[in-house]
Design a protein around this ligand. Structure first.
Ligand code: UGY
Ligand code: MN
Length: 248
Protein backbone atom coordinates (compact mmCIF):
# COMPACT_ATOMS: atom_id res chain seq x y z
CA UNK A 1 0.00 0.00 0.00
CA UNK A 2 1.34 3.45 -0.94
CA UNK A 3 1.77 5.93 1.87
CA UNK A 4 2.40 9.61 1.83
CA UNK A 5 4.10 11.92 4.30
CA UNK A 6 4.79 9.13 6.81
CA UNK A 7 1.16 8.67 7.87
CA UNK A 8 -0.05 5.40 9.41
CA UNK A 9 -3.13 4.08 11.20
CA UNK A 10 -0.84 1.99 13.45
CA UNK A 11 -1.17 2.87 17.13
CA UNK A 12 0.67 1.55 20.17
CA UNK A 13 -0.64 2.47 23.61
CA UNK A 14 -0.11 1.09 27.14
CA UNK A 15 -3.20 -1.14 27.02
CA UNK A 16 -3.90 -1.63 23.31
CA UNK A 17 -2.41 -1.56 19.80
CA UNK A 18 -3.74 -1.41 16.26
CA UNK A 19 -1.60 -2.65 13.39
CA UNK A 20 -2.72 -2.62 9.76
CA UNK A 21 -1.07 -4.43 6.87
CA UNK A 22 0.49 -1.14 5.68
CA UNK A 23 2.96 -1.22 8.56
CA UNK A 24 3.91 -4.91 8.52
CA UNK A 25 7.62 -5.63 8.89
CA UNK A 26 8.79 -9.06 7.79
CA UNK A 27 11.38 -10.96 9.82
CA UNK A 28 12.83 -14.47 10.10
CA UNK A 29 12.60 -17.23 12.70
CA UNK A 30 14.69 -20.40 13.10
CA UNK A 31 11.60 -22.64 13.37
CA UNK A 32 10.00 -21.06 10.23
CA UNK A 33 12.95 -21.59 7.86
CA UNK A 34 12.67 -19.66 4.59
CA UNK A 35 9.25 -18.34 5.67
CA UNK A 36 8.86 -14.57 6.18
CA UNK A 37 6.92 -13.86 9.39
CA UNK A 38 5.33 -10.64 10.65
CA UNK A 39 4.86 -10.30 14.41
CA UNK A 40 1.87 -8.09 15.10
CA UNK A 41 1.55 -8.93 18.80
CA UNK A 42 4.48 -9.82 21.06
CA UNK A 43 5.52 -9.67 24.74
CA UNK A 44 7.56 -6.57 23.94
CA UNK A 45 4.29 -4.59 23.85
CA UNK A 46 3.08 -6.06 27.16
CA UNK A 47 1.15 -9.04 25.75
CA UNK A 48 1.49 -12.53 27.23
CA UNK A 49 1.20 -14.21 23.85
CA UNK A 50 2.33 -13.74 20.28
CA UNK A 51 0.31 -13.35 17.09
CA UNK A 52 2.04 -13.40 13.72
CA UNK A 53 1.47 -13.92 10.04
CA UNK A 54 3.47 -16.60 8.22
CA UNK A 55 3.91 -16.11 4.45
CA UNK A 56 4.74 -19.65 3.37
CA UNK A 57 6.31 -20.05 -0.06
CA UNK A 58 5.64 -23.26 -1.99
CA UNK A 59 7.47 -26.22 -0.45
CA UNK A 60 8.17 -24.62 2.95
CA UNK A 61 8.04 -26.46 6.27
CA UNK A 62 7.45 -24.98 9.72
CA UNK A 63 8.71 -26.61 12.92
CA UNK A 64 7.13 -26.57 16.43
CA UNK A 65 7.29 -23.53 18.75
CA UNK A 66 9.56 -23.19 21.79
CA UNK A 67 9.29 -25.91 24.48
CA UNK A 68 6.30 -25.33 26.77
CA UNK A 69 4.44 -23.15 24.22
CA UNK A 70 1.16 -24.08 22.56
CA UNK A 71 0.27 -23.04 19.02
CA UNK A 72 -2.95 -22.21 17.19
CA UNK A 73 -2.98 -21.46 13.48
CA UNK A 74 -5.71 -20.48 11.00
CA UNK A 75 -5.26 -20.67 7.22
CA UNK A 76 -5.96 -17.34 5.51
CA UNK A 77 -4.94 -18.28 1.95
CA UNK A 78 -3.75 -21.44 0.22
CA UNK A 79 -3.58 -24.96 1.63
CA UNK A 80 -1.17 -26.55 4.11
CA UNK A 81 -0.56 -30.08 5.31
CA UNK A 82 -0.27 -30.56 9.05
CA UNK A 83 1.44 -33.72 10.25
CA UNK A 84 0.99 -34.72 13.90
CA UNK A 85 2.23 -38.19 14.82
CA UNK A 86 1.01 -40.63 12.14
CA UNK A 87 -1.77 -38.32 10.89
CA UNK A 88 -1.63 -35.73 8.10
CA UNK A 89 -4.44 -33.18 7.74
CA UNK A 90 -4.97 -31.01 4.68
CA UNK A 91 -6.13 -27.55 5.76
CA UNK A 92 -7.49 -25.07 3.22
CA UNK A 93 -8.59 -21.46 3.86
CA UNK A 94 -10.50 -21.22 7.19
CA UNK A 95 -9.05 -24.54 8.32
CA UNK A 96 -7.31 -24.35 11.67
CA UNK A 97 -5.41 -26.38 14.25
CA UNK A 98 -4.42 -26.25 17.90
CA UNK A 99 -1.19 -27.96 18.89
CA UNK A 100 -0.70 -28.42 22.64
CA UNK A 101 2.68 -27.52 24.10
CA UNK A 102 5.48 -29.94 23.24
CA UNK A 103 3.53 -31.66 20.43
CA UNK A 104 5.89 -32.59 17.62
CA UNK A 105 4.38 -31.54 14.30
CA UNK A 106 5.19 -30.09 10.87
CA UNK A 107 3.25 -27.61 8.73
CA UNK A 108 4.02 -27.91 5.00
CA UNK A 109 2.86 -25.79 2.10
CA UNK A 110 2.60 -27.34 -1.37
CA UNK A 111 1.79 -23.98 -2.99
CA UNK A 112 1.95 -20.52 -1.43
CA UNK A 113 -0.04 -20.17 1.80
CA UNK A 114 -0.67 -17.51 4.41
CA UNK A 115 -1.39 -18.32 8.05
CA UNK A 116 -2.13 -16.36 11.18
CA UNK A 117 -0.48 -18.01 14.19
CA UNK A 118 -0.99 -17.55 17.95
CA UNK A 119 1.40 -18.93 20.56
CA UNK A 120 1.49 -18.76 24.34
CA UNK A 121 3.14 -20.54 27.23
CA UNK A 122 0.73 -23.27 28.37
CA UNK A 123 -0.60 -22.95 31.90
CA UNK A 124 -1.28 -26.50 33.11
CA UNK A 125 -4.24 -27.11 35.39
CA UNK A 126 -3.16 -29.21 38.40
CA UNK A 127 -4.89 -32.58 38.27
CA UNK A 128 -6.09 -32.20 34.65
CA UNK A 129 -4.68 -33.82 31.54
CA UNK A 130 -3.27 -31.35 28.99
CA UNK A 131 -5.52 -30.82 25.94
CA UNK A 132 -5.29 -33.01 22.84
CA UNK A 133 -4.43 -31.63 19.38
CA UNK A 134 -7.54 -30.22 17.69
CA UNK A 135 -8.14 -29.67 13.98
CA UNK A 136 -11.20 -27.99 12.46
CA UNK A 137 -12.76 -26.15 9.54
CA UNK A 138 -14.39 -22.83 10.44
CA UNK A 139 -16.41 -22.82 7.16
CA UNK A 140 -18.17 -26.03 8.12
CA UNK A 141 -19.12 -24.98 11.66
CA UNK A 142 -22.53 -23.74 12.79
CA UNK A 143 -22.60 -20.29 14.38
CA UNK A 144 -24.78 -19.51 17.40
CA UNK A 145 -26.22 -16.10 18.41
CA UNK A 146 -24.09 -14.33 21.01
CA UNK A 147 -26.09 -13.40 24.10
CA UNK A 148 -29.33 -13.90 22.15
CA UNK A 149 -28.49 -11.40 19.37
CA UNK A 150 -28.94 -12.98 15.93
CA UNK A 151 -27.05 -10.01 14.44
CA UNK A 152 -23.94 -11.21 16.28
CA UNK A 153 -23.07 -14.82 15.52
CA UNK A 154 -20.33 -16.79 17.26
CA UNK A 155 -18.21 -19.83 16.40
CA UNK A 156 -16.05 -21.30 19.14
CA UNK A 157 -13.12 -22.94 17.40
CA UNK A 158 -11.70 -24.82 20.41
CA UNK A 159 -13.38 -27.37 22.70
CA UNK A 160 -14.91 -25.88 25.83
CA UNK A 161 -12.78 -27.92 28.23
CA UNK A 162 -10.93 -26.76 31.34
CA UNK A 163 -7.68 -28.23 30.02
CA UNK A 164 -7.60 -25.36 27.47
CA UNK A 165 -6.12 -22.16 28.91
CA UNK A 166 -7.31 -20.03 25.99
CA UNK A 167 -10.17 -19.75 23.54
CA UNK A 168 -10.24 -18.67 19.90
CA UNK A 169 -13.56 -17.57 18.43
CA UNK A 170 -14.90 -16.09 15.22
CA UNK A 171 -17.45 -13.32 15.74
CA UNK A 172 -19.65 -12.28 12.83
CA UNK A 173 -21.52 -8.95 12.98
CA UNK A 174 -24.40 -8.12 10.61
CA UNK A 175 -24.25 -4.55 9.27
CA UNK A 176 -25.17 -2.23 12.16
CA UNK A 177 -24.69 -4.88 14.88
CA UNK A 178 -22.44 -4.12 17.84
CA UNK A 179 -21.10 -5.54 21.08
CA UNK A 180 -23.93 -5.13 23.61
CA UNK A 181 -21.85 -3.11 26.09
CA UNK A 182 -18.33 -1.82 26.67
CA UNK A 183 -16.43 -4.83 28.01
CA UNK A 184 -13.66 -4.36 30.59
CA UNK A 185 -11.94 -7.57 31.72
CA UNK A 186 -8.62 -8.94 32.95
CA UNK A 187 -8.28 -11.25 29.97
CA UNK A 188 -6.29 -10.13 26.91
CA UNK A 189 -7.30 -10.33 23.26
CA UNK A 190 -5.53 -10.74 19.94
CA UNK A 191 -7.97 -9.89 17.14
CA UNK A 192 -7.73 -10.14 13.34
CA UNK A 193 -10.38 -8.64 11.05
CA UNK A 194 -11.25 -11.31 8.47
CA UNK A 195 -13.93 -9.33 6.61
CA UNK A 196 -15.62 -5.96 6.66
CA UNK A 197 -15.05 -3.38 9.34
CA UNK A 198 -16.48 -0.67 11.51
CA UNK A 199 -15.46 1.33 14.54
CA UNK A 200 -13.53 -0.18 17.44
CA UNK A 201 -13.46 1.55 20.80
CA UNK A 202 -10.23 0.83 22.69
CA UNK A 203 -9.80 2.64 26.00
CA UNK A 204 -10.72 6.27 25.20
CA UNK A 205 -10.08 6.10 21.45
CA UNK A 206 -12.40 5.13 18.58
CA UNK A 207 -10.64 3.64 15.54
CA UNK A 208 -11.89 2.94 12.03
CA UNK A 209 -10.97 -0.71 11.37
CA UNK A 210 -11.08 -2.98 8.32
CA UNK A 211 -10.08 -6.37 6.94
CA UNK A 212 -6.46 -7.27 7.73
CA UNK A 213 -6.23 -5.07 10.84
CA UNK A 214 -4.91 -6.62 14.04
CA UNK A 215 -5.73 -5.35 17.53
CA UNK A 216 -4.09 -6.17 20.83
CA UNK A 217 -6.29 -5.49 23.86
CA UNK A 218 -4.43 -5.67 27.14
CA UNK A 219 -5.99 -6.40 30.54
CA UNK A 220 -8.86 -4.05 31.43
CA UNK A 221 -8.77 -2.20 28.12
CA UNK A 222 -12.37 -0.94 27.70
CA UNK A 223 -13.58 -2.37 24.38
CA UNK A 224 -16.58 -2.06 22.09
CA UNK A 225 -17.21 -2.62 18.38
CA UNK A 226 -19.91 -1.44 15.99
CA UNK A 227 -20.08 -2.83 12.42
CA UNK A 228 -20.41 -0.33 9.61
CA UNK A 229 -20.80 -1.09 5.91
CA UNK A 230 -23.02 -3.09 3.61
CA UNK A 231 -21.45 -6.46 4.37
CA UNK A 232 -20.82 -8.38 7.58
CA UNK A 233 -17.80 -7.64 9.76
CA UNK A 234 -16.07 -10.76 11.01
CA UNK A 235 -13.11 -11.22 13.33
CA UNK A 236 -10.95 -13.99 14.76
CA UNK A 237 -10.34 -13.35 18.45
CA UNK A 238 -8.03 -14.98 21.01
CA UNK A 239 -8.63 -14.74 24.75
CA UNK A 240 -6.91 -16.31 27.76
CA UNK A 241 -9.47 -18.11 29.90
CA UNK A 242 -10.18 -21.00 32.31
CA UNK A 243 -7.37 -19.85 34.60
CA UNK A 244 -7.31 -17.83 37.81
CA UNK A 245 -6.05 -14.26 37.29
CA UNK A 246 -3.41 -14.94 39.97
CA UNK A 247 -1.66 -17.23 37.50
CA UNK A 248 -3.02 -16.42 34.04
O1 UGY B 1 -15.15 -12.71 24.42
C1 UGY B 1 -14.93 -11.51 24.49
O2 UGY B 1 -14.39 -11.01 25.48
C2 UGY B 1 -15.32 -10.64 23.29
N1 UGY B 1 -16.73 -10.43 23.28
N2 UGY B 1 -14.59 -9.38 23.25
C3 UGY B 1 -14.57 -8.61 22.13
O3 UGY B 1 -15.18 -8.93 21.11
N3 UGY B 1 -13.82 -7.50 22.21
MN1 MN C 1 -13.60 -9.01 25.27
Amino acid sequence: MRQSFGETRARFRDNHALIGADSHERTTLPNWPGIPVVFVIAPQMGARFTEFFAHMPAGAEALPPLPGYERFFFVLDGTVELTVGAKTHSLAAEGYAFLPADTDHRIRSAGEARLVVLERRYLPLPGAQPPAPHVGDCKAMTAVPMKGDTGLMLKKLLPEELSFDCEVNVMDFAPGASLPYVETHFMEHGLLFLNGGGVYRLDDSWYPVAEGDVIWMGPYCPQWFGAIGKGNARYLIYKNWNRDPHVS
